[in-house]
Design a protein around this ligand. Structure first.
Ligand SMILES: [Zn+2]
Ligand SMILES: [Zn+2]
Length: 193
């Protein structure tokens, strides 16, 4: 609020401001202006200063946005009968290898069966990006302008990495697939079942 400009000893403006109210320093004028005078984008309620709370939306409104996003995702998702899904599912921040495992956990906890859980998609843990990460890492260790292309043995490394990748092709990691909702609650039985 009431941003104050910072200058160096030669009187040149440093593109830095401090908040006239709490004196926190910002390199962005917009942030300096809002610093102690922040309002939720949705309900306009006053937010705590940025240094304590970096969100631009208050907690209850953020919850509402999250709910709306969920409703929206579910509306657009392909709905799949649980009998037609043999893969992993995601519910309440947890992953389950199959629908039955999720239902067992819900049953043990005495929880209601939700209308749906999200399907999961898998990808190999060892993938070609891993080799690129290694190259970035090597370049990070080296001097400026160094390129891994200067190193010896790259064709052999790439060949060996392909073998390593296929040897571990069955080691998978999972993430929610918000385009597929697996219907869990009571749903019309399948036509031919
Ligand atoms: Zn401030
Ligand atoms: Zn709000």
């Amino acid at each position: 609020m009431n941003p104050i400009k910072h200058f160096n000893e030669r009187g040149e403006f440093l593109n830095v401001w401090h908040c006239g109210t709490c004196r926190v320093v910002w390199s962005d004028l917009g942030m300096a202006e809002q610093c102690c005078d922040r309002h939720c984008e949705d309900c306009k309620t006053i937010l705590p200063p940025t240094k304590k709370h970096c969100w631009t939306v208050c907690d209850p409104c953020r919850g509402k946005r999250e709910e709306n996003r969920e409703v929206d995702r579910f509306g657009k998702a392909e709905k799949i009968h649980r009998a037609n899904w043999g893969g992993w599912v995601f519910h309440n921040d947890n992953f389950y290898p199959c629908v039955d495992d999720l239902l067992d956990v819900l049953d043990c906890n005495g929880d209601d069966i939700p209308v749906y859980a999200w399907a999961c998609k898998s990808s190999p843990i060892v993938n070609k990006d891993c080799l690129e990460h290694l190259f970035h890492c090597i370049e990070g260790e080296a001097y400026e302008d160094f390129s891994v292309d200067e190193l010896a043995g790259l064709p052999e490394l790439r060949e060996a990495f392909v073998v390593f990748m296929s040897a571990n092709a069955d080691r998978l990691t999972y993430e929610p697939d918000y385009t597929k909702a697996i219907l869990l609650g009571w749903v019309k039985p399948l036509e031919n079942s």
